[in-house]
Design a protein around this ligand. Structure first.
Ligand SMILES: [Zn+2]
Length: 207
């Protein structure tokens, strides 16, 4: 009888501690470098983000560093601020070969505040995409082959850039996040979707 009661108390303690930990994680969402990415179903992934009015905001640089850390740790090649819980127009494009994208070209990670799409080529191509906020799924998406973009760099300086191929694809994917869209919205047929495991086995290993 005493044992049963003790077990009940232990269970309550466990529940209490679990709730405290969960609440702390929410409270410190902007501070913890291991912040989990929000995933499909979270309303922030479905709302348009706001322009960054003040690039010198002291909270911005630590948040950008956090984005870079989370993206790198998760083998991403890009990330948008809403994926870490901030509805701000801020993205990172950082193509590099990694286990999720072994054929990705290598580039210097590029942080973009308030990115704008100046031009997108009429020429389009289908290619495979995944998303850290849509774990376990890959899909083929049609994107412009070339884009010309304008943005402020992380220090607030205006920049302009033309990208092609996979890097142009990453930009369009991340830009979509700022509009409340995910790549699944652009998949034309359900047959263009694969599980991550099937993608690894059928597509990557066939190359
Ligand atoms: Zn994504």
């Amino acid at each position: 009888m005493i044992l049963v009661k003790s077990f009940g108390i232990l269970k309550e303690c466990y529940r209490f501690l679990r709730n405290v930990i969960a609440l702390s994680a929410l409270e410190y969402v902007d501070m913890d470098p291991s912040t989990p990415l929000i995933t499909l179903g979270h309303p922030l992934l479905r709302q348009p983000s706001q322009a960054i009015e003040d690039p010198s905001d002291p909270g911005l640089q630590p948040f950008i560093d956090q984005m870079l850390k989370v993206m790198t740790a998760a083998n991403g090649v890009g990330l948008a601020a809403p994926q870490l819980g901030r509805a701000q127009r801020l993205i990172v494009v950082a193509s590099r070969p990694n286990p999720r994208y072994p054929n990705a070209p290598l580039m210097e990670p590029t942080v973009m505040l308030n990115p704008g799409l100046i031009a997108a080529s009429d020429e389009m191509e289908k290619g495979w995409e995944g998303c850290l906020s849509v774990p376990g799924t890959r899909g083929q998406v049609r994107r412009s082959c070339t884009v010309e973009v304008a943005y402020l760099d992380r220090w607030g300086q205006p920049q302009r850039q033309v990208w092609q191929g996979f890097i142009a694809r990453i930009f369009q994917h991340e830009y979509d996040h700022l509009e409340g869209k995910v790549f699944l919205d652009r998949v034309e047929h359900s047959g263009d979707l694969l599980s991550e495991a099937d993608y690894q086995a059928r597509v990557l290993e066939a190359r």
